[in-house]
Design a protein around this ligand. Structure first.
Ligand SMILES: NC(=O)c1ccc[n+]([C@@H]2O[C@H](COP(=O)([O-])OP(=O)(O)OC[C@H]3O[C@@H](n4cnc5c(N)ncnc54)[C@H](OP(=O)(O)O)[C@@H]3O)[C@@H](O)[C@H]2O)c1
Length: 303
């Protein structure tokens, strides 16, 4: 059983956790800080980031903390966050693409993309691209992207509906955003290797964990989900799979990790299932091209 106690000493490492003000992101950032890392609490609210930072500091971890303003629903704000980070730091050891939104009422990012696709995938694609040159400066950098068991409900990405041109189905779009996170993780690993770089790209999911992710779910849907999926894990336990991916020497390039029991719903970190659609290289390549066009970023040519 892999727990927080198995995290190797992180002294000297620099980590960014997106959406670290609450839920799984908070617990992930806290554990990295306690293990000695310098952790950037990236949040779309500096007030919430400050509160999280104070609460983490109160545990007297071995590491250090910093906060950063990051709104993943705006490509301009993502660039600003990355520029500030690059001004201050010379390398990045761990990037945890954790922030997420699930089944909100129909909405779009500042750049006109369906909100879940825009925040959960496209924003993290842009962030990773902007920070790639600093990831290359760390000896064994890792990028961990949070997916979800829900990705398996998505059959394909409808490229003609990523700005909700045709219709909006809250759960379908969530599943698509999480499939995109899987395809991105695997495609990034292939391209890193092609590029001759040493960065690990991994995905993780937290099974069913009690956080504020269900904030947009109607009460009756939440109750029905609880009936279907059973007891929710506490957030510290949900954070273990991303922590395993980010720190364990056992985690492998292009690996996907999640809870190891009850169809990946609960338990402790273990390998999770990567299905054929997630592994589809042609589809991932198409997604990559789309993302580069949509963000105006040439991934491997950013500064
Ligand atoms: N909980 C589960 O059972 C479960 C299952 C599968 C996958 N996941 C994944 O785990 C990750 C963490 O979710 P969680 O369960 O910890 O949910 P959560 O408690 O709702 O936390 C989500 C975090 O994402 C942030 N966020 C949302 N929109 C953002 C934006 N536009 N810009 C920047 N940050 C934004 C939130 O900020 P605010 O606090 O300001 O809203 C919050 O910090 C997500 O990727 C989620 O899809 C969770």
């Amino acid at each position: 059983m892999w727990t927080k106690e198995n995290i190797p000493d992180q002294t000297g490492k620099i980590a960014i956790v997106t959406g670290a003000n609450t839920g799984i992101g908070y617990q992930t950032a806290l554990a990295l800080y306690q293990a000695g890392a310098h952790v950037i609490i990236a949040s779309r609210s500096l007030e919430n980031a400050s509160e999280a930072l104070n609460n983490m500091e109160a545990t007297s971890g071995k590491g250090s903390l910093e906060k950063g303003l990051l709104n993943l629903a705006s490509l301009k704000d993502i660039q600003k966050f990355a520029d500030n980070f690059i001004k201050k730091h010379k390398k990045l050891d761990i990037l945890i693409n954790n922030a997420g939104v699930m089944t909100p009422p129909a909405a779009k990012t500042n750049d006109g993309f369906e909100l879940q696709f825009g925040v959960n995938f496209l924003g993290h694609f842009a962030l990773t691209a902007h920070l790639y040159s600093l990831l290359k400066q760390a000896p064994d950098a890792r990028v961990v992207t949070l997916s979800s068991g829900a990705y398996k409900s998505a059959q394909q990405i409808d490229f003609d509906n990523l700005r909700s041109e045709k219709s909006y189905d809250a759960f379908r779009e969530y599943a698509i955003s999480k499939l995109a996170d899987m395809q991105f993780t695997l495609e990034l690993q292939r391209r890193v290797i092609q590029n001759g770089d040493r960065i690990l790209s991994l995905a993780a999911h937290p099974g069913v964990t009690e956080t504020s992710l269900s904030r947009h779910m109607p009460e009756e849907d939440f109750k029905a989900a609880l009936k279907q999926f059973g007891e929710l894990m506490p957030a510290w336990q949900g954070a273990l799979s991303p922590l395993f991916a980010a720190t364990s020497p056992l985690a492998k390039a292009g690996g996907y990790y999640g809870p190891d029991e009850e169809n990946e719903l609960r338990g402790f970190p273990g390998p999770a299932i990567i299905n054929e659609i997630a592994n589809d290289k042609e589809a991932a390549n198409k997604l990559w091209q789309f993302a580069e066009n949509a963000t105006g970023i040439n991934f491997f040519k950013t500064k």
